[in-house]
Design a protein around this ligand. Structure first.
Ligand SMILES: [Zn+2]
Length: 297
């Protein structure tokens, strides 16, 4: 990590240094091994679970690991990874990778929508919120590793699934009525803009990056200055993620999302919205991230 540039983790040595520097549990925010802590048992947490990484192919396949409380680790796994892992395996479309049990899990969390209820489903399913919530835990892990700073679970944030999910329906507050979301093309454009901005900022050497598993896993984050706060936009590629978004009607996009912070962490470089608009030659598009973010809870 450079004192002048943005924090990046690209080598195993840098990943080990980040693990050492992260002296708190990124899942609960408490110090590891603090006196009187009954949850003193510490364990290694694969930020991206091993099963999502798929089998190792060569010596460059080292994972990104932070230390956490064993109890927090257990909760993380039982809540989301148990769903995310089979989901990623099934979405790989490779029957060598997934098994019947995986398919059963995915069937349970993906509810087929009635065509008349839903909007033009390229994917006629609604997805269990534990899937984006699970990816949010991964993002919190990357934030902790990059900035040695705890990112609380209730931070205002939004994760876009690498599939057409949210346009299927949005529920009107109060009435519960289903409202149209974005069209596929609007959504595709919005996501491409976010990804393009991240790539351009990354190309300028102003993004925060974690790269591991022989470069097949990459997390890139750019920081945007927005009036009284900062937004971090991130893009996460794991093996097969682009392939399965293609299969679901979106052109090869990774996981994307954003979250808000009141202060810029050490080792992050902020850009302005006007700069992003100039870089992407896009001046008319609405604010790329949902203004309200995802309601936590
Ligand atoms: Zn913990």
């Amino acid at each position: 990590m450079s004192p002048n540039g943005p924090n990046v983790i690209r080598t195993q040595a840098e990943a080990q240094a980040a693990r050492k520097a992260t002296r708190f549990c990124y899942l609960c925010g408490e110090q590891l091994r603090s006196p009187g802590d009954t949850r003193s048992r510490i364990t290694n947490d694969h930020i991206i679970p091993k099963a999502v990484l798929l089998p190792s192919r060569d010596h460059g396949d080292w994972p990104f690991i932070l230390r956490v409380h064993a109890t927090c680790h257990g909760q993380k796994n039982s809540v989301a990874d148990d769903i995310l892992t089979p989901w990623h395996r099934v979405m790989s479309g490779d029957s060598e990778i997934y098994n019947r049990q995986d398919v059963a899990v995915v069937r349970k969390v993906c509810t087929p929508l009635n065509q008349q209820d839903g909007l033009l489903p390229a994917t006629p399913v609604s997805i269990d919120t534990r899937i984006p919530d699970g990816v949010w835990n991964w993002v919190r892990g990357f934030h902790a590793g990059l900035f040695a700073e705890y990112l609380p679970n209730d931070t205002r944030q939004h994760a876009f699934l690498p599939m057409p999910q949210e346009f299927l329906y949005t529920t009107e507050r109060g009435t519960g009525r289903r409202m149209p979301g974005l069209s596929v093309s609007q959504m595709q454009r919005q996501r491409e803009l976010i990804l393009q901005a991240i790539e351009l900022v990354s190309h300028d050497g102003r993004a925060n990056t974690v790269e591991f598993w022989s470069g097949r896993c990459t997390y890139k984050a750019m920081w945007l200055r927005v009036s009284d706060h900062f937004q971090c936009w991130w893009a996460l590629c794991v093996p097969n993620v682009q392939r399965h978004s293609e299969g679901l009607g979106l052109r090869g996009l990774p996981w994307l999302g954003g979250y808000e912070r009141t202060a810029l962490p050490d080792g992050a470089i902020a850009v302005s919205l006007s700069e992003v608009r100039a870089m992407t030659h896009e001046h008319d598009t609405a604010y790329p991230l949902p203004n309200r973010g995802k309601e936590s809870g």
